[in-house]
Design a protein around this ligand. Structure first.
Ligand code: LRH
Ligand code: MN
Length: 430
C-alpha cells in the first residue's frame, strides 16, 4: 500500500508561503542582476540538480555502542523505497536510490524494479559489503576480504561483488562502489605492499567483469574498522589503484574518511585534473567518520568542494561527471528529515558555487591578491540562496518547506502504525 505524501497537502502548504517566496525571490533576483547574474539560470540549474540517497540511511543509524530505533523503522528495501519517495516528493532532487547488498537483497528483483518505477525512483551506484560476515558464510572477513591472505576468502569476496553487479544490472544501475574494511590494528600485522597487490589482483577481476558503460568506484578511508592501517587508506592509494585498473576505475570521496583538517577540496581538484573523480559520499564530521548531516558542521568546506566542481565545469574539464550520493547515519533525528535537509544543503553548496565570479577570481589569483580572491569566494558563500532552492522545489511540485510539509503530513505517525515497532538497542551503523 503506497503511503505517498498527498500532493494536495503539498499544494496547500505551498499556497500559504508562495507570496513571501516570490517577494524574496524577486528581491534576490534584482540584487543578483546588479552583478549581471540571471537568477532564472541559477534556478534552472537547481532544478536539474540531483543527489542520490542511501537505502541504508532511511533507517535509524547507530554506533558501536548502541542504536536507538525510532517509530516506523523500515523493515526492508520496499519500506525504504517508500521513505525515499517521500524525500523526493518534497525536495524534488533525490530521484535515485543507492542500494547496499546484501542488506537490500531480495528474491524478486523484478518486483523491486517495479516498485521503484511506481515511485518514480531509479537506482544509483551499487554498494557491496565484504566488511561483515553473513550467516553461513564459508570464509570470515575478520582479517580482510579482497586483500585477504587466503585466496579462498578473496575469491568469496570477488564472487559477492560479481553478484552485486548482476543485481545492479537488473535494477538498471551502472556503477559499483567498493569500500573494504581491510587493514590492520597492529604494526607488523600485515605487509603493506603484498596486501595492496592482493587487493589490486582482486579488483582486476572485478574491473574485467564490468558491463559496458559501468564504472568501478574505489572508496578510501583512513581508519575504522582497522585502527592502524587500512589497505585503501587515502586518496593516494585509491588513485594509484584506479590508475592501475583502467579508465573506468575512479576514486570516490567520502567526506568523512579523511584526517581532521584535511584539505578535501584540493584532493577533489587533483582527482578532477586526472579524470579520476568518480563521485562523492556527502556527509559531515567534527572528529572521525561521524556520518553527520551534510553541511551541518563545516558548510564552508562543502562549498569549497563545489567551488572545485563548478570550476571544472566552467573549464569544460574532459571526462568530468562525478556521482553525488549522501552517506550518513541518522542516530538522533528522523532520517527522512535529515536526508531532506542534507540534500538541500548539498544543492545550496552548488548554487552558492555557481555565484562565484570566476573571471574576478582568476584575476585575483593571477595578481596574487589573496584577500580579494578569498573575498570573492566569501561573497558567493555569504549569499542566501534559499529563495532559489525553494523556487526550484515549488516549480517541480515539491514543498517550499519540506520539513514543515513532512511534519504536517503525519507520514511518520502513519508508518509507525503500520510497521512493527523495533525495540531494544542493538549496535552498529544500521
Ligand atoms: C564506510 C562507508 C561506505 C559504506 C558504509 C555504509 O564507512 O562510508 O561507503 O559502505 O559506510
Ligand atoms: Mn561512504
Amino acid at each position: 500500500m503506497s503511503v505517498r505524501i498527498d500532493p494536495g497537502l503539498i499544494a496547500e502548504h505551498n499556497d500559504a508561503q508562495q507570496a513571501h517566496l516570490e517577494q524574496d525571490y524577486a528581491a534576490l533576483g534584482s540584487r543578483l542582476a546588479r552583478s549581471g547574474i540571471d537568477i532564472e539560470a541559477l534556478t534552472q540549474r537547481a532544478c536539474s540538480f540531483e543527489v542520490a540517497v542511501p537505502s541504508w540511511g532511511v533507517g535509524t543509524g547507530g554506533t558501536r555502542f548502541a542504536r536507538f530505533p525510532g517509530p516506523g523503522e523500515p523493515r526492508d528495501i520496499f519500506d525504504k523505497l517508500d521513505d525515499c519517495a517521500v524525500i523526493n516528493d518534497l525536495t524534488r532532487c533525490t530521484a535515485a536510490v543507492s542500494p547496499h547488498f546484501p542488506w537490500d537483497a531480495v528474491d524478486d528483483f523484478g518486483a523491486l524494479l517495479e516498485k521503484s518505477r511506481a515511485l518514480g525512483l531509479s537506482w544509483d551506484s551499487i554498494n557491496s559489503n565484504t566488511f561483515q560476515d553473513q550467516p553461513g558464510q564459508a570464509h570470515s572477513y575478520k582479517f580482510g576480504s579482497l586483500s585477504h591472505t587466503s585466496a579462498a576468502t578473496r575469491a568469496q569476496a570477488i564472487e559477492h561483488n560479481l553478484q552485486c553487479i548482476a543485481w545492479g544490472r537488473q535494477l538498471g544501475s551502472d556503477a559499483l562502489t567498493v569500500w573494504v574494511g581491510d587493514g590492520a590494528n597492529h604494526p607488523g600485522q600485515t605487509h603493506f605492499q603484498r596486501a595492496f597487490e592482493r587487493y589490486l589482483d582482486s579488483m582486476r577481476t572485478l574491473y574485467a567483469a564490468l558491463p559496458d558503460g559501468w564504472e568501478l568506484h574505489i572508496e578510501h578511508k583512513m581508519f575504522e574498522p582497522a585502527f592502524y592501517a587500512t589497505v585503501i587508506q587515502d586518496w593516494g592509494s585509491s588513485l594509484l589503484a584506479a590508475m592501475q585498473l583502467g579508465e573506468r576505475a575512479k576514486s570516490l570521496v567520502d567526506l568523512g574518511h579523511h584526517a581532521p583538517n584535511c584539505n578535501i577540496e584540493m584532493i577533489v581538484s587533483r582527482l578532477i585534473q586526472f579524470g579520476k573523480l568518480g563521485g562523492f559520499h556527502f556527509n559531515d564530521s567534527k572528529y572521525g567518520d561521524d556520518d553527520l548531516d551534510s553541511g551541518s558542521i563545516q558548510p564552508y568546506q562543502l562549498f569549497l568542494v563545489f567551488n572545485e566542481l563548478v570550476d571544472a565545469e566552467h573549464r569544460a574539464q574532459p571526462g568530468f561527471g562525478p556521482r553525488y550520493l549522501l552517506d550518513q547515519s541518522h542516530n538522533v533525528t528522523d532520517p527522512i528529515e535529515s536526508l531532506m535537509n542534507s540534500a538541500v544543503e548539498v544543492q545550496r553548496a552548488l548554487v552558492r558555487a555557481l555565484l562565484v565570479d570566476r573571471e574576478a577570481l582568476d584575476a585575483h589569483q593571477q595578481d596574487n591578491d589573496a584577500l580579494l580572491a578569498s573575498n570573492t569566494l566569501k561573497a558567493a558563500f555569504n549569499t542566501d540562496v534559499s529563495p532559489i532552492l525553494a523556487m526550484a522545489r515549488l516549480r517541480q511540485g515539491g514543498a517550499i518547506d519540506p520539513i514543515a510539509a513532512y511534519r504536517a503530513s503525519g507520514y511518520r505517525r502513519r508508518v509507525a502504525s503500520e510497521r512493527p515497532a523495533v525495540t531494544g538497542s542493538s549496535s552498529g551503523i544500521v
